[in-house]
Write a protein that binds this ligand. Structure first.
Ligand code: ATP
Ligand code: MG
Length: 423
């Protein structure tokens, strides 16, 4: 059973910061439906994805690939939950979360549980045997260097469903013991992971995410499993999917887009410093925290590749860079390209190389960097997008320069805490 200290231990270091996003005035242009996109992604992943032999190989159990992360990954961090001081840190330092977060957490109602976990477990859950079962014996209490407490479903009060993913539901939950912390509990059905042949990918996603600590990267606090399921204890992203906001509003203002891209560039810079390439940056994989701050989620396509250049074709079509379309080796600069595509999509509502006639047409537009800027875009943002969307990865502007770019600096508030969505 989890003790108070062990809960603190596991849930420490929450990073959430201030202020609400604004509403852009422009009419909706965004035409994709999330469900279509999810289905399309599933198809793309099946069609274009090759296995990642180097990312999580069979020797993972003995030697996890993500070994170069913070040495204090399993050490207690300064707890956000008990922090009463305000956020005054500057960029590059560990931020103190604003007191608002703790208050909001305390006041949140987790909603009513619909009994979905049990119902779904009866319908979907089948036992998994053999090598696959071993691969999926995922438990953060045994995986970390220093042992942490054992978790089980009994440690949580289950609230409302937050959504459904490919491999199971996500619920809003609260730990039963103090400090009664709110989390998103994501269920993955082992049998479906095995049917989808994504055991290694799933392990990889979990191993990568559990070692990351950045205010704009969704935290994975821990995980446990039972006979049929794996449960991920994820940071609760209070404002849900960024994609939903984009669909609702059609596009974002330059100010709002700039604030998001600032957070993205900072988070990507952090990921790359840990040798993690995300490779699947797109609005569907971004969540929003309680105060509207951006959180990169879904590390399914991430790869931990120190010194490695990769040749696996993956990711979503509209965000694929020329080197991946052309099946050349690629490196972390694929995420630079995706950042350029994202900036464009935030502002216009559609990605720049989208061609609904055929996949081939989109590919051709990507390879030709057939970029058309609408009249409405500012010169500054055109400059930034143009510098990110370069055919040759070496020509793309560095993330450190993105963080200094006039279009980013212009909208960044003076004492902006790192990762904040504050205007
Ligand atoms: P995939 O299975 O490819 O990850 P997905 O992203 O649609 O697909 P999930 O990650 O399982 O599926 O999430 C399902 C939905 O649950 C999301 O679309 C989101 O609305 C919600 N959700 C997931 N994680 C969180 C979280 N940490 N906080 C709040 N809501 C979440
Ligand atoms: Mg997801």
């Amino acid at each position: 059973m989890a003790t108070l200290d062990s809960v603190r231990w596991q849930l420490a270091a929450l990073d959430i910061s201030n202020k609400n996003p604004s509403n852009p005035a422009r009419p909706p242009l965004h035409s994709k439906q999330p469900s279509q996109t999810i289905a399309a992604n599933a198809r793309l992943r099946t069609t274009y994805a090759a296995p990642n032999p180097t990312a999580t190989s069979s020797n993972t159990k003995n030697k996890p690939p993500v070994t170069s992360f913070s040495s204090n990954a399993s050490q207690p961090q300064p707890s956000a939950i008990h922090t009463k001081t305000s956020a005054t840190k500057t960029r590059g330092q560990t931020p103190l979360p604003p007191p608002r977060t703790a208050e909001i957490m305390q006041s949140l109602n987790i909603g009513n549980y619909d009994g979905g976990l049990e119902k779904e477990n009866e319908k979907r859950g089948e036992k998994v045997y053999g090598e696959a079962a071993k691969d999926l014996e995922l438990d953060s209490s045994s995986a970390r260097k220093s042992p942490t407490s054992e978790w089980s479903l009994h440690n949580f009060d289950i609230g409302r469903p937050l959504g459904k993913g490919k491999f199971g539901r996500v619920y809003m939950v609260r730990t039963k013991c103090e400090p009664k912390y709110i989390l998103a509990l994501k269920t993955l059905y082992k049998s479906e992971i095995v049917t989808g042949r994504v055991e290694k990918q799933t392990r990889r996603e979990i191993e990568i995410q559990q070692n990351l600590r950045h205010p704009n990267v969704l935290r994975l606090y821990g995980y446990f499993h039972d006979e049929k399921r794996i449960f991920l204890m994820l940071e609760f992203a209070g404002q849900g999917e960024l994609y939903r906001q984009l669909s609702k509003h059609g596009c974002f203002s330059e100010k709002k887009s700039s604030r998001y891209i600032d957070q993205m560039a900072d988070a990507l810079s952090y990921l790359h410093s840990k040798h993690v390439i995300h490779r699947d940056i797109k609005p569907e994989n971004l969540l929003l925290g309680l105060n509207g701050e951006l959180k990169i989620a879904d590390f399914g396509w991430s790869v931990h590749a120190p010194g490695n250049r990769r040749m696996t074709l993956c990711g979503t079509l509209d965000y694929l860079p020329p080197e991946m379309v052309e099946r050349k080796e690629h490196n972390e600069k694929v995420d630079y390209w995706a950042l350029g595509v994202l900036t464009y999509e935030f502002l216009i509502g559609n990605p720049p190389f989208e061609d609904r006639r055929s996949v081939k047409n989109t590919y051709q537009r990507i390879m030709a960097v057939d970029l058309k800027f609408p009249y409405s875009m500012s010169i500054q943002v055109k400059d930034l997008i143009g510098k990110l969307l370069r055919h040759d990865p070496q020509d793309r502007i560095a993330l450190s320069e993105v963080l200094r770019h006039p279009w980013i600096v212009k909208y960044r508030p003076k004492d902006c805490p790192r990762g904040s969505q504050t205007y």
